[in-house]
Design a protein around this ligand. Structure first.
Ligand code: GDP
Length: 225
């Protein structure tokens, strides 16, 4: 699959102001500076889509993009191009050192509301910096997702910034740390926005999920006729 078009829709200060929930939605979140904007831009082939290195405080908004993606011809049995529409959501990052308690609370409330109430939310991609050993703040965020039963995948970012052995060790250690409280481990991707690695695997997962969702909605339409 590849992305044909990515259009910025709106930035919302709260869940209630988000656009109509009429398409599958994939949200991206992680610690500030984890490489979220760079990853989104890599996935969408557009260097200017999500703003990179936004300053803290100004970025506490839920940013919606409408994506048009196309199945790759060679992968499609019918050799027919199929178009999918879905939303990509850039969520404000956590872990800014210099934000006030008030703005942290506001962030927590906004994120919790969005994640728990957004009915078209299909999957969350949680970004983890591949240069570091497991960080408490990331593991704690995942515990919330467990509590709220939100499906998610992990995306390890900036893998080009460290040698491969260190990256593999950090990934392994992170998954090991999860194992202490998780029965099942999530799917994970190792990426670099500089080297453009991990892109097709993430897009494949989104595509397969969209195909499944479309099949399900067709089935339920037939049933209700
Ligand atoms: P955000 O705050 O999570 O949106 O992070 P950004 O995408 O703005 O990235 C933060 C910094 O890390 C910027 O200077 C990026 O150029 C850099 N960066 C992001 N992804 C990568 C990557 O895959 N490789 C390298 N070497 N640098 C990256």
């Amino acid at each position: 699959m590849h992305i044909k078009q990515a259009v910025y829709i709106i930035s919302s200060p709260e869940f209630e102001k988000c656009p109509v929930a009429d398409k599958p939605e994939y949200a991206f979140i992680g610690r500030s500076n984890v490489g979220k904007s760079s990853l989104i831009n890599m996935l969408c082939n557009n260097d200017k889509l999500a703003k990179t290195s936004g300053s803290p405080g100004k970025t506490q908004l839920i940013n919606h993009f409408e994506i048009t993606s196309v199945s790759d011809l060679e992968a499609d049995q019918n050799k027919k191009e199929v178009i999918y529409k879905w939303n990509l959501v850039d969520l404000p990052g956590y872990g800014f050192a210099k934000v006030s308690m008030r703005s942290r609370r506001r962030w927590e409330q906004m994120i919790e509301n969005y994640l728990r109430k957004r009915e078209n939310l299909t999957m969350v991609f949680v970004l983890i910096d591949a240069r570091h050993s497991p960080q408490k703040i990331d593991l704690e965020f995942l515990e919330n997702l467990k509590l709220w039963q939100i499906p998610f995948s992990l995306v390890f970012t900036k893998s080009d910034k460290e040698n491969q052995r260190t990256v593999s060790k950090n990934v392994k250690d992170f998954l090991e740390a999860m194992r202490k409280t998780w029965q099942f481990l999530p799917q994970h991707f190792v990426t670099s926005a500089v080297k453009k690695t991990g892109k097709s695997k993430i897009l494949d997962l989104i595509h397969e999920t969209n195909v499944e969702l479309q099949k399900e909605s067709q089935k339920s339409r037939v049933k209700s006729q």
